[in-house]
Design a protein around this ligand. Structure first.
Ligand code: SF4
Length: 227
């Protein structure tokens, strides 16, 4: 599998925030978010080909039960099904971080689905014709419903501005997701931007009954790789 990075850290986002976890970051994505914070897995994918055995050996060296499989889009990685099966056989708790546009039959304990809102679409004229491709693919209601049916899940939205909330409400209503499964998280890679957005997003969560998620890894370590 093409792997951008393997590292041991704390889960920085979502309902398991703060849990020591081993991260497997695959390289390659079928979307191109304008604000992508891991462009080395999407716009300019980098990585090393590693066997499943090499990945599992590295995980075992850290003795973390929790494994977060992320990307890029890990659900398009060619060996994602055998990888998750091997992790499950070995006793891992598996979180998959996905945009929810495809649904291979993976083994997973928490499907962390982050449907991409309109704020993610790159500007017209973006390289590779990605504005139209991204916009066409970013929300797949049938796939989202299937993932929600099959797995324990959370719906985690990356929010930039107040206008995003209307889109979140509409999608949550369409999917019939209970409010307590919905998590709002500020978009941003600097502590200043995250703090400013966090304050009003927290109020929106109180209003709607959604959950708030910080970006703990950015708060703790800054916006860099391997954390
Ligand atoms: S889905 Fe994730 S990895 Fe892919 S472009 Fe968007 S933020 Fe980047």
């Amino acid at each position: 599998m093409k792997i951008a990075e393997l590292f041991y850290s704390l889960q920085g986002e979502g309902s398991l925030v703060g849990v020591p976890s081993f991260f497997i970051r695959t390289s390659g994505c079928n979307l191109r978010c304008a604000w992508c914070d891991t462009p080395y897995t999407s716009w300019r994918p980098e990585g090393t080909e590693l066997s499943l055995e090499q990945i599992l050996d590295e995980w075992r060296a850290h003795r973390a039960r929790h494994v977060v499989v992320t990307g890029g889009e890990p659900m398009i990685a060619p060996e994602i099904v055998p990888l998750t099966n091997r992790l499950r056989e070995a006793g891992a708790h598996i979180t998959i971080e996905t945009a929810g546009t495809v649904a291979p039959p993976v083994a997973c304990d928490l499907m962390s689905i982050s449907p991409k809102l309109a704020n993610s679409t790159p500007p017209a004229g973006a390289e590779g014709g990605w504005a139209a491709r991204h916009e066409r693919l970013r929300i797949q209601p049938g796939v989202l419903a299937e993932l929600m049916r099959r797995y324990e899940y959370q719906l985690k939205f990356v929010v930039q501005g107040a206008a995003d909330l209307e889109e979140v409400r509409a999608l949550v209503c369409q999917l019939g997701a209970p409010a307590e499964r919905v998590i709002l998280m500020p978009e941003g890679v600097s502590p200043e931007v995250l703090r400013e957005r966090s304050l009003w997003i927290a109020e929106a969560c109180k209003e709607e009954g959604y959950r708030f998620s910080p970006r703990l890894h950015v708060d703790l370590y800054g916006n860099r790789r391997g954390v």
